[in-house]
Design a protein around this ligand. Structure first.
Ligand code: CDP
Length: 214
């Protein structure tokens, strides 16, 4: 079984998908984490263009059993779970994710990871491109102010301080690049169920999804 959960930054995709996975006993896969890792590679190894594509082609990305993400390049394996959640990566990632070749490589990795098990995958193009035939598709949205507030709490938990205004700007800019890019833009699939999470609790969103997929 494949469940696709798409939506813009801070719409609650990851939090909700992680919990739905637990309750249904299936695997949660965070596609954005792989795009963030591509941006991390770009910054860490100071590569871009063709060289970045070569690095991503050679890299291995895999999730541990508690959802932690590992990156292997040239026999060097590191856990990147926290390193990819910084404002610097958030700013870089939509540019990296606009590249057609990067998208093809990440899409291939995501499909491989889902070959042998039931998964709930969150992202921007899961229901439209990665798994157009997914069994269930959801599209989460929320006002940009609410989404920025949520992201502010995430950053606070990591000891990172950013103003609400700066976060609204970051989120709006990222949504704009993600929605307007040529390849697999952020877009609701025609057959996805739309959920506006602005005034819903996490538990309420989880209930809507599990009620439809159980
Ligand atoms: O958690 P948040 O919603 O902030 O973002 P994310 O899911 O970690 O994704 C980070 C970025 O990766 C997005 O802003 C997109 O630029 C890109 N992305 C994408 O292009 N396609 C996906 N399926 C998932 C993420």
């Amino acid at each position: 079984m494949i469940i696709a959960v798409d939506g813009p930054a801070g719409s609650g995709k990851s939090t909700v998908s992680k919990e739905v996975a637990k309750r249904l006993g299936i695997t949660f896969l965070d596609s954005g984490a792989l795009y963030r890792t591509c941006a991390y590679i770009k910054i860490k190894y100071q590569v871009s263009g063709k060289e970045l594509i070569d690095f991503v082609t050679l890299s291995k990305m895999f999730f541990g059993k508690d959802g932690e993400l590992f990156l292997t390049i040239n026999d060097n394996t590191e856990e990147v779970s926290k390193k990819i959640r910084t404002p610097q990566i958030a700013e870089e990632v939509p540019k990296v994710a606009s590249d057609k070749d990067i998208r093809a490589l990440v899409t291939e990795k995501l499909r491989e990871m889902s070959e042998t098990e039931s998964v709930i995958m969150d992202g921007r193009d899961i229901g439209t491109h990665v798994f157009p035939d997914a069994d269930y598709k959801f599209f989460l949205k929320a006002s940009s102010k609410e989404r920025a507030k949520r992201r502010m709490r995430d950053y606070e938990d990591q000891g990172i301080t950013m103003s609400l205004e700066a976060l609204i700007k970051e989120i709006d800019e990222r949504d704009k690049i993600d929605s307007e890019r040529e390849h697999a833009p952020l877009k609701k699939a025609d057959d996805a169920i739309e959920i506006d999470t602005t005034h819903l609790t996490i538990e309420e969103v989880i209930s809507i999804i599990t009620a439809r997929t159980n």
